[in-house]
Design a protein around this ligand. Structure first.
Ligand SMILES: Nc1ncnc2c1ncn2[C@@H]1O[C@H](COP(=O)(O)OP(=O)(O)OP(=O)(O)O)[C@@H](O)[C@H]1O
Ligand SMILES: [Mg+2]
Length: 221
């Protein structure tokens, strides 16, 4: 079953006279139970693609389909509803509220679903190896701890689709293993993971690796 699809995405950025062609006709179809890894050099368009897939950025051409529904060129409200029903998102820029602790951040992400599940929050934070930092504020965390807290927030709504930008960016080997295990578990339970990464261990666990260069999948070039 296809859960997420990009059809011929284009995204151009303009700064002054310069035009950056961040995406140049990118198409991909992601099925349930798949872990798809976008790998490529810095500036190749990975984050731009994830932002478009999440409906947080609007492509200049093409469209994104989420569970059969078009996400592109829709009202913000429609996109937000579709996104919060189906996606957990962790971007390179942080998704944590500065004035809330790790636990409170995860709790808030869950609360909009109805009841927050305190036992699930505790065990997820433990599995990610940040239980001792559960009551710390984001500003009091190391980069790797902050990344894991952000991942806990992305997982909080138990989403079908996880969209993750460099989830293992700043973590040590033990945390990396914990994260990889969680992502594999997510796929086994029927979810899909879309990840941008430079991390080889993570790419190896992926069911599909899609190299991207200059805003295009290498295999399409
Ligand atoms: N808001 C923006 N305005 C202008 N140019 C941008 C903007 N965001 C990204 N770009 C440019 O678009 C291109 C793709 O950027 P993107 O962030 O998608 O790369 P990336 O593959 O995620 O890189 P990294 O591995 O460093 O995270 C780069 O050339 C970048 O400089
Ligand atoms: Mg990036």
């Amino acid at each position: 079953m296809v859960v997420l699809e990009a059809r011929e995405l284009y995204r151009f950025y303009h700064s002054g006279d310069e035009e950056v062609k961040a995406l140049r006709g990118v198409s991909v179809c992601i099925e349930a139970r798949e872990m798809v890894a976008f790998i490529g050099p810095s500036g190749s368009g990975k984050s731009t693609l994830l932002m478009c897939l999440a409906g947080l950025d609007e492509p200049d051409g093409g469209e994104v389909i989420v569970f059969g529904k078009r996400m592109t060129r829709r009202e913000e409200q429609f996109k937000t509803a579709l996104r919060s029903r189906s996606m957990g998102i962790m971007l390179q820029s942080n998704n944590l509220f500065a004035h809330l602790s790790v636990t409170q951040n995860v709790h808030l992400a869950q609360a909009t679903l109805g009841n927050a599940d305190a036992a699930w929050i505790k065990s997820t934070i433990e599995q990610l190896g940040i239980a001792s930092r559960a009551h710390a504020l984001p500003s009091e965390l190391s980069g790797g701890e902050r990344a894991r807290a952000a991942l806990a927030v992305a997982l909080a709504r138990k989403p079908k689709i996880l969209i993750l930008d460099e989830p293992t960016g700043e973590v040590d080997a033990a945390a990396e293993t914990a994260i990889l295990d969680m992502l594999q578990q997510h796929c086994k339970q029927g979810g899909a993971v879309v990840v941008a990464t430079h991390n080889e261990a993570l790419a190896k666990k992926a069911s599909r690796i899609m190299p991207i260069k200059d805003g295009k999948f290498v295999n399409d070039q």
